[in-house]
Design a protein around this ligand. Sequence first.
Ligand SMILES: [Zn+2]
Ligand SMILES: [Zn+2]
Length: 174
Amino acid sequence: MVFFHVRDLEVRAQRFDVQLPPGSIEFLDPKLTQTGPLNAAGRVELVTGALGEIRAKGHLTVRMQADCDRCLEPAAFPIDSDFELYYRPVEEGYGEERGLNAGEAEMGFYEGDGLELTDVLREYVLLALPMQRVCSENCKGICPVCGQNRNQVECSCQAAAIDDRWEALRNFGK
Ligand SMILES: [Zn+2]
Ligand SMILES: [Zn+2]
């Protein structure tokens, strides 16, 4: 448990260097699992001139696993990147406390007298994952007709549908 108190940050920036085994962070998404240790190192500091605004900056490495949106098989999502997140205190009237959402500015809010490191790391992992989680760009997904995984089985449903379309075109020309 690493907690950054604003009163400590007022004195100096705080460094962190942690290795968290799977299970240390609750991701609140049953389809998402951490499959390797999460390594994160960096620093947390107050942004000069901004009322209690905290910047968390560093590098994070972890292997995540999620069900592919198309074929539902488990797919690996390694993350290995720099991050920079900003947090504003709720009570300064900046706004309601809420989680970070992908696609928004990487700005969150904290309540009380500081920031929990695991909250920062969880939010960054969720931001770093792609919106569409697919095992591969070429994933063919589940056949809507027979329900088989089209990466594993070549069913004939798709071919039949295409034949029907050709048939329709041929009839159109007549
Ligand atoms: Zn897939
Ligand atoms: Zn099929």
